[in-house]
Design a protein around this ligand. Structure first.
Ligand code: AMP
Length: 132
């Protein structure tokens, strides 16, 4: 059982922001910025690939709802929506969750990626493989 399952069950305390039948939202214990919130589905699902349509929709709905609350209450300059799948992508808790990270100009919280330039042939090869 993951730590998030135990939070849903009330076995571990959390700073709850929102809850409905399918989802639960709470403050990240080690936030990237003030207000960093996690939205989780109540089903025991490890990642994006395993998510049912119903849980996908419910989690997206709660992500938007909580995002609007963060926007209205904390008035950040922006919000990053981050969702990690697999250890290589930074996932540490294997229970599907979405990060909402409020951002302020020049907060230096993180740079997501270094933009690369790929050869046209590789771009076309990727398109051929992926567009099915
Ligand atoms: P990820 O790296 O995408 O799997 O994100 C997991 C997140 O869960 C991290 O940002 C942790 O800080 C957060 N986290 C871990 N345990 C707790 C907890 N007990 N309460 C709140 N957030 C937690």
């Amino acid at each position: 059982m993951t730590i998030f399952r135990r939070i849903i069950l009330g076995e571990i305390p959390s700073y709850k922001i929102y809850e409905d039948a399918e989802t639960y939202a709470f403050l990240d214990i080690s936030p990237a910025s003030p207000g960093h919130t996690l939205v989780i589905c109540k089903s025991e699902v490890a990642n994006l690939y395993e998510l049912s349509d119903a849980d996908l929709i419910a989690t997206a709905r709660t992500t938007q709802r909580v995002g609007r609350v963060l926007r209205d209450v904390l008035q950040p300059d922006g919000i990053n929506v981050v969702q990690n799948n697999g250890a290589a992508a930074g996932q540490t808790v294997f229970h599907y969750h979405v990060h909402l990270i409020p951002r302020w100009e020049n907060d230096g919280v993180f740079a997501f990626w270094q933009p690369q330039s790929l050869a046209k042939e590789l771009m076309q090869e990727l398109q051929t493989k992926l567009a099915n």
